[in-house]
Design a protein around this ligand. Structure first.
Ligand code: SAM
Ligand code: SF4
Length: 343
């Protein structure tokens, strides 16, 4: 499936952002840092992760330049993620740059621990919508899942997002059998009471299959069909909405919000995948679960022209695999840790 990446060379770019399977790649997910102020069990081991060296992380200027190049190649949607993107104090400036470049759809995925105090600046910079990750509504569990006492701060961040008019405000819930399957009714109530889009996600394998990760294993996986059955026991879903994206989204017969389901494992969406990822140290990753990493920062630092970087990106797109091979019965990722790629 993968050709030798070392054989990539500078050559004139093809005039399109189609990948090798004729999928148009228009959605860039940018991990701004691999560091995080939480230690979610399914994402990072509780102790001992080796972070990228500080000097390896893309600087503001390097990021701005890469964003400009991606935009010129046809990227219309950018999501800033991490690690925890709010740990970067220059986040508002990065968002502003994407706005100035004319990127149509700009969003942020955050654990929201620092959101309450930082959101206003991000909104002033042009942020209009947000995804907040939250896997439990119980304080004791929040501490056990993330290693930090922070539920109240996250909830304050969620309500602040609604107050400041972000739309949509999406809540990402990774469902794990032993940790929060029993909280599905509570999350459904949250969607009934507030104009939030609560999205249930299947647990995905991380690099090394949760090795060194206490309390989450392959047995934690819950397929989306089972999650949906739990939801339907508490609420009546309207007809599925037309939706551009990976979630299947439903409004509620009785409720202000919506419920979404995302099934990257049991029913993957590779066929229509339009995503590429940029790691915090400037590597391009064409598939979340693939092993390919194309270093863009080294040529950037070595003085490569925009044209040469564009050419590297376009050639890398040709290596985007047709599909990943993660299945409920085959649960192994070749990827970096989620905190290193941004999910
Ligand atoms: N720190 C930010 C946050 O948590 O929102 C952004 C980075 S985090 C890696 C992005 C998303 O990936 C989060 O919604 C998180 O729940 C999800 N994620 C991390 N590890 C995962 C896993 N093993 N399976 C499914 N989702 C995962
Ligand atoms: Fe940090 Fe997000 Fe990973 Fe949790 S999921 S450890 S908040 S990067």
């Amino acid at each position: 499936m993968y050709k030798n990446m070392n054989s990539l060379s500078f050559s004139p770019p093809a005039p399109t952002t189609l990948d090798g399977f004729k999928r148009r790649v228009s959605y860039l997910r940018v991990s701004l840092t691999d560091r995080c102020n939480l230690r979610c069990r399914y994402c990072m081991p509780l102790n001992g992760i080796e972070f990228f060296k500080k000097e390896e992380i893309l600087s503001l200027n390097e990021l701005k330049r890469l964003l400009r190049i991606f935009k010129s190649l046809g990227v219309t949607k950018i999501r800033f993620t991490g690690g925890e993107p709010l740990l970067r104090t220059d986040l508002p400036e990065i968002i502003r740059e994407a706005v100035l470049l004319g990127v149509e759809d700009i969003s942020l995925t955050t654990n929201a621990l620092l959101l309450f105090s930082q959101l206003e600046k991000c909104v002033a910079a042009g942020l209009k919508r947000i995804n907040i990750s939250l896997d439990t509504l119980r304080q004791d569990r929040f501490l056990k899942i993330t290693g930090v006492k922070g539920l109240e701060s996250v909830l304050n961040g969620i309500y602040r997002s609604l107050e400041l008019g972000l739309n949509p405000v999406k809540i990402n819930v990774v469902v794990m059998r032993e940790w929060n399957l029993d909280e599905i009714p509570d999350f459904v109530r949250l969607a009934q009471e507030s104009p939030l889009e609560v999205r249930f996600l299947e647990l995905m394998p991380t690099a090394n299959n949760f090795e060194g990760t206490a309390g989450v294993s392959l047995d934690s996986f819950v397929p989306i069909a089972e999650i949906k059955d739990c939801v339907k026991k508490v609420v009546v879903l309207n007809k599925e909405e037309e939706y551009l994206g990976v979630a299947k989204v439903f409004s509620l017969v009785n409720g202000k919000g919506k419920i979404g389901f995302i099934s990257p494992v049991s029913n993957h969406f590779c066929e229509s995948c339009n995503r590429i990822r940029l790691t915090a140290r400037g590597e391009l990753k064409s598939c979340l679960h693939g092993s390919d990493l194309i270093d863009l920062r080294t040529p950037l630092k070595a003085g490569a022209s925009d044209q040469e970087i564009s050419s590297l990106i376009q050639q890398a797109l040709l290596f985007k695999p047709e599909e990943h091979f993660i299945r409920p019965t085959h649960f192994q990722s070749q990827s970096l840790r989620m905190s290193q790629v941004g999910g």
